[in-house]
Design a protein around this ligand. Structure first.
Ligand SMILES: *[C@@H]1O[C@H](CO)[C@@H](O)[C@H](O)[C@H]1NC(C)=O
Ligand SMILES: *[C@@H]1O[C@H](CO)[C@@H](O)[C@H](O)[C@H]1NC(C)=O
Ligand SMILES: *[C@@H]1O[C@H](CO)[C@@H](O)[C@H](O)[C@H]1NC(C)=O
Ligand SMILES: *[C@@H]1O[C@H](CO)[C@@H](O)[C@H](O)[C@H]1NC(C)=O
Ligand SMILES: *[C@@H]1O[C@H](CO)[C@@H](O)[C@H](O)[C@H]1NC(C)=O
Ligand SMILES: *[C@@H]1O[C@H](CO)[C@@H](O)[C@H](O)[C@H]1NC(C)=O
Ligand SMILES: *[C@@H]1O[C@H](CO)[C@@H](O)[C@H](O)[C@H]1NC(C)=O
Ligand SMILES: *[C@@H]1O[C@H](CO)[C@@H](O)[C@H](O)[C@H]1NC(C)=O
Length: 332
């Protein structure tokens, strides 16, 4: 009962805009992100399949004391319907520095997507079929501190993607669970350099010299080493070099430590995903709470009605018992 009401409300929230006017409907909230901390965020999930690329308006109710100027983050739940990276967010949110984007159908980042955000420093782009990232992506956003593209389909990452940065400024790189790279989250400088090197070895891709911001050739003729390298037959064993030497019982302990490190790394990754799920869950819970409140109110009203009804009934009984409901319209 409660759930059917909940879903009815969810369904009624969907809007289907015309192609020409692409309105983003925000739920505004304050949230905390990895590395950069608190942001005032526009959360949006209702981007219709038919939407265009250029955002023509942003709606939603701000928290008190806030306006578009205060918005520093956007979280887009793509719902596997988002086909284009939305453009012109900066017309509404000029101080945007963080984007979380999830479950899109976008396959290629051409390189100019973040150009409109001079303060940009955080990207979390997850669970999408993203396979190609142009070298140019961060050319206009040299303040990046966190770059996370885990859980995509990456095969080609521009060789010069990291040239705008002094690596000491990068605080977190995360590219795991992609076809060309499996390395875990990197937060130490050594690990960050390691991930950059693996990307360059394993996913490298040289952008063609382009001056325009249009299409990259996504043809089958690429220099991607993925198709040319013949991996030694050891690729089926664990991807991490073990640090243990081959000696007696100490070895076992050492092996165990290695396994534990791997498990811990996995846990870190899972933590990350759990946190995102928690955010989503909080959203759902919030809506459920609201629905419950409404339901409670309705129940209260029903109780009041019931007691009124009871009262009316007892009045009627009293009247009946005193024979006053009968003839000549006489009461009492
Ligand atoms: C935006 O979403 C809110 C609830 O999240 C809803 O009440 C409102 O009608 C929506 N506005 C538009 C223009 O779709
Ligand atoms: C999300 O995707 C589902 C399944 O494709 C679709 O039925 C639903 O309308 C989408 N929701 C929104 C808000 O676009
Ligand atoms: C844009 O949205 C605001 C509400 O946030 C509304 O007041 C305004 O009329 C909208 N503008 C257009 C052109 O739709
Ligand atoms: C929102 O931005 C305005 C204008 O910059 C500023 O005066 C205000 O303090 C900000 N509000 C918060 C809560 O940060
Ligand atoms: C969108 O942004 C581009 C580049 O900043 C600009 O040329 C264009 O006029 C903008 N479009 C709208 C509808 O604001
Ligand atoms: C990178 O930044 C660090 C401190 O943040 C600085 O010491 C170092 O010289 C910088 N390296 C380059 C190549 O700019
Ligand atoms: C490099 O790519 C291959 C697939 O081509 C993959 O099996 C391997 O795990 C990758 N290496 C790293 C360190 O991610
Ligand atoms: C490790 O030790 C075992 C047993 O002593 C031996 O059979 C094996 O060849 C050793 N492996 C290496 C890589 O030295």
């Amino acid at each position: 009962m409660k759930f059917s009401i909940f879903f009815t409300i969810l369904l009624s929230l969907q809007t289907f805009d015309l192609f020409e006017s692409f309105t983003i409907n925000c739920t505004f909230r304050t949230t905390s992100l990895d590395v950069i901390g608190s942001v005032y965020q526009c959360y949006t999930s209702s981007i219709p399949r038919t939407s265009g690329e250029i955002i023509t308006n942003v709606t939603g109710t701000h928290l008190s004391g806030m306006s578009n100027i205060n918005v520093t983050g956007v979280y887009i739940e793509g719902n596997r319907t988002l086909q284009f990276f939305p453009r012109n967010f900066s017309n509404f949110f000029p101080n945007l520095k963080a984007i979380d984007i999830y479950r899109t159908t976008i396959e290629t980042l051409f390189g100019n997507e973040f150009d409109e955000f001079p303060l940009f420093e955080y990207i979390w782009w997850n669970t999408s079929p993203l396979s190609t990232i142009s070298s140019r992506l961060f050319e206009k956003t040299p303040k990046m501190v966190q770059i996370d593209f885990h859980g995509n389909q990456l095969q080609r990452v521009g060789y010069d993607l990291f040239t705008p940065f002094n690596v000491t400024q990068l605080r977190r790189l995360c590219f795991h669970t992609n076809p060309c790279i499996t390395s875990d989250i990197a937060t130490s400088q050594a690990n960050i350099i390691n991930v950059i090197n693996i990307l360059r070895q394993n996913c490298t891709y040289h952008d063609p010299i382009t001056t325009s911001t249009t299409q990259l050739p996504i043809t089958s003729t690429t220099q991607s080493p993925i198709t040319t390298t013949t991996q030694p037959s050891t690729t089926t064993t664990t991807q991490k070099p073990l640090t243990c030497s081959n000696a007696t019982i100490e070895n076992l302990v050492c092996d165990l430590k290695d396994s534990m490190t791997e498990v811990q790394d996995d846990l870190l990754t899972k933590d990350d995903e759990i946190n995102k799920l928690k955010t989503d869950l909080a959203e759902v819970k919030n809506q459920l709470d609201q629905t419950n409140n409404k339901l409670d109110n309705t129940q209260n009203e029903v109780i009041i009605l019931q007691s009124t009804l009871k009262w009316v009934k007892s009045e009627l009984e009293w009247l009946h018992n005193h024979h006053c409901m009968c003839d000549d319209n006489k009461i009492f």
